[in-house]
Design a protein around this ligand. Structure first.
Ligand code: V07
Length: 245
């Protein structure tokens, strides 16, 4: 089936990537370019989150994972970190009702321990209120680092071995998948990174093993539905080989 005409491109609705992951980069630079404080860029970036979530939902993407805050981001100025930690609450205050209506399931991946109570409470409420939903899984990577995630999984697996619940020989890729924060989700088919940087920056290193990568020069606040569909269009015109020929 063909559909979703936009900017002269036509997406194949039978071949939409099931899971799309996005590194939402360039918010600070977007603000700087306009002579605005960095936090103005983060706020503008939040509008793009709303737009792209709708765009993904409209074409039947099953899971969207957005990199909102990395374990490295704590090194930023204290004021900026505090501002960022308020955004989940703010986002959910304005969006949660619509997300519930749209049958979206909100999830979080990352280490919950160091997050302020007001951040965790907002995320927890969203998870609770949407956990029965069966539509798009909207996954926020918050205080997330991929090596951290893998170490956490390895410690859990080691504990299972120590408790005699698991044989070393039986540790498989599936075992790892069970203990990662993305448990139950398919690996991303497509990774998008905005703002011209061409790195993975400790994002989903295990899960992105076979993903198609797509990079855009555009700063995240300027990223549009049309650009998003362009990435999917190009994804649909690549052939994936998973190591075969
Ligand atoms: C954040 C806006 C998007 C650009 C990138 C950085 C700034 C949405 C959330 C969010 C997180 C969890 C949740 C609901 C919404 C968010 C942070 C930063 C820390 F359950 N945007 N956004 N969280 N930015």
């Amino acid at each position: 089936m063909q559909g979703k005409e936009g900017e002269g491109l036509s997406l194949d609705l039978d071949n939409i990537p099931q899971h799309i992951a996005i590194i939402m980069d360039g918010n600070g630079r977007w603000a700087k370019k306009r002579g605005l404080p960095r936090v103005a860029g983060h706020r503008a970036g939040m509008k793009t989150v709303k737009e792209i979530t709708r765009a993904a939902d409209d074409i039947g993407v099953k899971a969207l994972t957005l990199y909102a805050f990395s374990t490295e981001n704590w090194k930023r100025p204290k004021d900026e970190v505090e501002y960022l930690m308020r955004l989940p609450q703010e986002y959910l205050l304005s969006e949660l009702n619509e997300l519930i209506e749209q049958n979206v399931q909100v999830r979080m991946l990352g280490n919950k321990d160091q997050l302020p109570d007001y951040t965790m409470n907002a995320v927890f409420e969203a998870q609770e209120k949407t956990k029965q939903n069966t539509g798009l899984v909207l996954n926020f990577a918050l205080n997330y680092g991929s090596r951290d995630e893998m170490l956490h999984a390895i410690r859990c697996i080691a504990q299972e071995v120590k408790n005699d619940n698991l044989d070393i020989q039986d540790i498989s890729e599936q075992t790892m998948n069970q203990y990662l924060f993305t448990e139950g989700l398919p690996d991303p088919d497509l990774l998008i990174r905005t703002s011209g940087e061409v790195r993975l920056s400790n994002f989903m290193l295990w899960q992105l093993a076979y993903s198609e990568l797509w990079f855009s020069e555009v700063y995240w606040p300027d990223f549009t539905r049309e650009e998003f569909y362009q990435a999917i269009f190009e994804y649909q015109h690549r052939s994936r080989r998973y190591g075969g020929v």
